[in-house]
Design a protein around this ligand. Structure first.
Ligand SMILES: Cc1cc2nc3c(=O)[nH]c(=O)nc-3n(C[C@H](O)[C@H](O)[C@H](O)COP(=O)(O)O)c2cc1C
Length: 186
């Protein structure tokens, strides 16, 4: 392979797809599609996401100091795309696309009924950058689809979760697992 240099840009591949949930002051749930998201601590477990520009989600996370992070399945793609292209400032997005939600078990954050794996997070830190912020949340609870039997670390089958994957401009699903971690040592 021969390489050439290109201008620094925000292309980054692949990206996980989560819907970050918050409650508005009037009690309506709101979700934003966020793909700049990753785990960042084990003890205690922490998750972080980055958000740039003016967004209702940023205001609500900063105000209420909590959020949910709902894994998006490939079936949820139309819902996710809507939440990622419409702002909740002037509409009730959940009502507009008819999604069912309920309140988290540990925190007052909205949970999407169709998401099989959801983190309830308490905001512990915000790192400010030029036009964006990194929000770090401590995971207080994880809500998992009851039909998933073995939730042990490394045991979850991605086919059960069927996560949507994002790479700039396009959504993908996963095709197959091609190895277990550590196989090269054997
Ligand atoms: C595929 C996709 C990925 C996105 N990823 C992010 C992201 O990582 N961070 C972010 O701030 N906004 C991201 N957005 C944009 C927000 O989801 C969008 O601005 C949303 O309308 C914000 O809603 P709100 O104003 O109700 O919070 C993404 C949008 C799409 C379509």
């Amino acid at each position: 392979m021969r390489h050439h240099s290109i201008q620094p840009q925000r292309g980054f591949f692949p990206q996980p797809v989560y819907l970050i949930g918050t409650y508005k002051d009037n009690g309506e749930p709101n979700f934003a599609l966020i793909t700049w998201v990753t785990f960042c601590s084990v003890e205690p477990p922490m998750l972080m996401f980055a958000s740039r520009g003016k967004k209702l989600t940023r205001e609500l996370v900063e105000k209420h100091k909590m959020f949910s992070a709902n894994l998006v399945t490939s079936d949820m793609m139309p819902v996710a795309d809507y939440f990622g292209t419409q702002s909740g400032y002037h509409q009730n997005k959940c009502e507009a696309i008819h999604v069912d939600t309920f309140q988290g078990s540990s925190l007052a954050v909205p949970i999407l009924k169709d998401s099989p794996w959801v983190y309830e997070c308490a905001l512990v830190d915000v790192i400010e950058k030029e036009n964006s912020s990194i929000y770090i949340g401590e995971v207080k609870n994880i809500l998992v689809d009851e039909t998933i039997e073995d939730v042990g670390y490394g045991k979850i089958d991605m086919y059960d979760l069927d996560p949507l994957i994002y790479a700039p401009g396009k959504y993908y699903n996963i095709s197959e697992s091609i190895g277990n971690v550590g196989f090269s040592k054997k």
